[in-house]
Write a protein that binds this ligand. Structure first.
Ligand SMILES: [Zn+2]
Ligand SMILES: [Zn+2]
Length: 301
């Protein structure tokens, strides 16, 4: 019997604890968002370039060969030990092809600094690329190759987003450490308060690497779990679509984007379009709890 209509809005339906990335549109939507945010923005050229980078990520994802998930035994093991199933140490080699494709596509019209980094990456041997991936994933950032890291991150995002999308959400579980991704163990870039049936007004943290989202309570610090000393900060004159949640217990902060204020907000693009908010809370003595990988190295070289 398949003729029964499914009621997605049944009040008894439980909100999904984990939302896996939708690979057909994710990076293309992010590209559109970057282009929109770039208009009239003081960092417009950079945001538009990141729009082109996101579009190149979508194209690279489309060209990926089928990727192998870890074997069933490893997946079961991860579940038993409450570990993320995707291992950042066992990267599919396809990430390097994705990187070279992205570099080829972006090189012709890229700003000067980026052009040098892209040329270096296109000429780099496999071992050197693996070394850069290690550097990035260890968070061990070396100013000498800082310019290359956002592109390395972009390519790793492509393969880990594809891998995450192939997992079975029903077999995943949230980890004890609420701020790390249940698929790949990376820290969250920001969180999003969602609109939509069954998930309306719920907050999800968004993985900085594989774009998976997982449900966390609102008004609770995502770094230390306290609900006592959190506050929301926003830029004067902003429409409230992006706020920083600061915590006085652990002195960390992370941004929240609100679909209710703007349904097109993106946890990565809107984060980078509001660096002024980072500066504000940074000056007030708070430290960001998770990175935006497209920014890594961009200002430190
Ligand atoms: Zn992840
Ligand atoms: Zn805290």
């Amino acid at each position: 019997m398949q003729s029964q209509p499914i009621n997605f809005q049944a009040p008894t339906e439980e909100a999904a604890p984990i939302l896996l990335p939708v690979t057909t549109t994710l990076f293309a939507d992010r590209a559109d968002r970057f282009f929109l945010l770039a208009t009239g923005h003081s960092l417009g050229d950079w945001l538009a370039f990141l729009g082109r980078l996101s579009a190149a990520q979508q194209a690279a994802l489309k060209c990926l060969p089928p990727l192998d998930l870890p074997p069933a035994e490893a997946l079961a093991n991860a579940r038993t030990h409450a570990m993320p199933p995707l291992d950042l140490g066992k990267r599919p080699a396809a990430w390097r092809d994705a990187l070279r494709q992205i570099a080829r596509e972006l090189a012709p019209e890229s700003p000067e600094g980026a052009a040098v980094a892209l040329a270096t990456l296109q000429a780099a041997a496999d071992d050197d690329l693996e070394q850069l991936a290690e550097t990035l994933l260890d968070g061990n950032l070396d100013a000498a190759n800082a310019g290359e890291l956002p592109f390395v991150a972009a390519a790793l995002q492509v393969v880990y987003t594809q891998l995450a999308s192939q997992l079975d959400a029903g077999h995943l579980q949230k980890l004890d450490a609420h701020h790390v991704c249940p698929c790949c163990g990376s820290p969250a870039v920001s969180s999003v308060v969602r609109l939509g049936a069954a998930i309306n007004n719920l907050r999800y943290l968004h993985c900085s690497l594989c774009n998976t989202e997982w449900n966390v309570p609102r008004a609770t610090c995502t770094a230390c779990d306290t609900d006592k000393e959190v506050a929301l900060q926003e830029l004067e004159g902003s429409k409230g679509a992006v706020r920083a949640e600061t915590c006085d217990a652990c002195k960390n902060y992370l941004k929240i984007v609100y679909q209710e204020k703007d349904p097109r907000v993106d946890p990565v693009a809107d984060d980078l379009a509001t660096l002024a908010l980072d500066m504000l809370v940074d000056e007030a003595g708070y430290q960001r709890s998770g990175p935006n990988l497209l920014l890594i190295g961009a200002y430190s070289g």
